[in-house]
Design a binder for this molecule. Sequence first.
Ligand code: ADP
Ligand code: MG
Length: 578
Amino acid sequence: MNPIISLPEDLRNKISAGEVVERPASVVKELLENSLDAGASEITIVIEKGGHQLIQVRDNGHGISSDGLSQAFQRYTTNKISNIDDLFNINTLGFRGEALASIASVSEISATSSVDEKSGHQMSLANGVTSDIKAAPPIGGTDITVRNIFYNTPARKKFLKSINSEFRQIVKMVRRFGLDFPDVSFMLEHNNKNILNLTPESLENRIVSLNDPTFRDQLLKVELTKGDYTISGFVGTLNLIRKRPGQQYLFVNRRYIQNRLLNSAVYSAYESLVKRGEYPFSLLNITIPFDQLDVNVHPMKIEVKFIDEWRVYHVVKSAVRDSISSILSTIPSFQHNQQFHGFNKSFEPNQNQEPINFNIFSESKTENNIQGAKDYINSFQIQTKESSVYDGSTLWQVHNKYIISQINSGLVIIDQHVAHERVLYEEALNAFDNTPLSAQTLLFSEELEFSPDEFTVLLEIFPYLKKLGFRIKENGQNKILLEAIPSDMGWGNENTVIKDIIDNYIANRKNSSSFMEDLAASFACHAAVKAGDTLSMEEMQILVNHLFSTKHPYYCPHGRPIIVQLSLEELDKRFERI
Ligand code: ADP
Ligand code: MG
């Protein structure tokens, strides 16, 4: 057995470097933190080959003195804390004094800095050898240049991903700092190409700059102070809901953190507006007294411990709840009045004992139906509380795919497929609990055959299919006779719809809580009009009216947006009228 020895300094550094320097993006993170701690207002990041080759961060912060420079690359050298009390009162991003030492131990690094306008100084470190400090011209801040990351730890180098993938991580990191410090300029260059050029701006503008212009009208301000806790920032409307996480930002005392509990505080504030698996945009700045949290949990400083996590939870939740209370009046401000809901109940399938065949998309419309639909449309009135009014007549279908409608504040574009999908989805869910959806009897019943296990499933979900408007009879072994299909469904694809519902059921059976939603969603998806289907004016009007009486007209069961709104203001801006 080998004797126990004390490891040499260089090896110690390499071992702990693994905790701080995982990939190029983590170098960028540490260097940006140092620049921001130094009070920089302008930061330039230059990357070559996804950071494999070069990571350079230049700032206009207060700089490092020549003595400081020789210290800064040692482990546990910092000017940010000096005693144990400081450790529980951290007001800087860094404090552990190990980032530069860690980076230096796995790369070739050089630092140039100046603290006054007269002169600067430079030092470099490679292969464990530190150069002497040399004089350099003043640069009004600090420049740290890191080359050949992991050149001396081949095992780590092997784990580096492709240039593109590492660079994506870097962009993600810079974006995160950009959102954290909207008052700071950030410039990011990759292989001599300018990628980001952010100038100081308001947080709202910074969010838009780092996303796309559609974010502009979709951000709701968050602002709440409770005692010595303050929450500020923005949350997104339902149009910014995504199916994947990644647009939820939490900053505590300007430190980016990850925290499940606080994320769930945000989601739960949206409560009935978002479903499981849907993620609204949020960016929250939490400001609390420094002694209310411990940031010294992990070398990457991305996890923190709150002294009273539930207190933070509640303040975050009420802050978000306050700001989304306005959500329904902000987008896109269609409002039905009471009269609308009260009118001609026969068109509300679930409230009528014998539902009228409200079939807007099959060929089999009766005269009655058409007249009924017309009455229904004419009676359609919208409250004019908000600025936007849909006047019930101006609708256009473009490319057999989108419906365009004028509203007072501009115009809306509706995706016909997802709109119908939303309508059918909610009708289906409703039908499971209430009156079944109306059915249309097929002229000739259709025989469908299944595999034995499909057939078992079919028997299991039989009651639900009936609720959706399918009328089915057993017809010999693994065979059924289909006598009627849901009124809202076009003919011809009933076979696919049923098979798809069965497949979905088999795939998601374990997850029983969402089983009815899955069933409704797969029915809605297949039964809805498709892109490419021509719609008549009546059909469009009925669809739009129905859409706006659903609970969630803004996004489809799969999370895709249904409505895109273009405000007059935006049009006027684009045409340079204002
Ligand atoms: P920490 O940030 O935890 O203090 P680092 O190893 O990241 O540890 O940095 C060591 C020290 O070097 C810092 O405490 C700071 O004094 C100095 N330093 C590093 N980068 C800069 C910079 N860009 N501007 C000014 N000082 C810096
Ligand atoms: Mg640091």
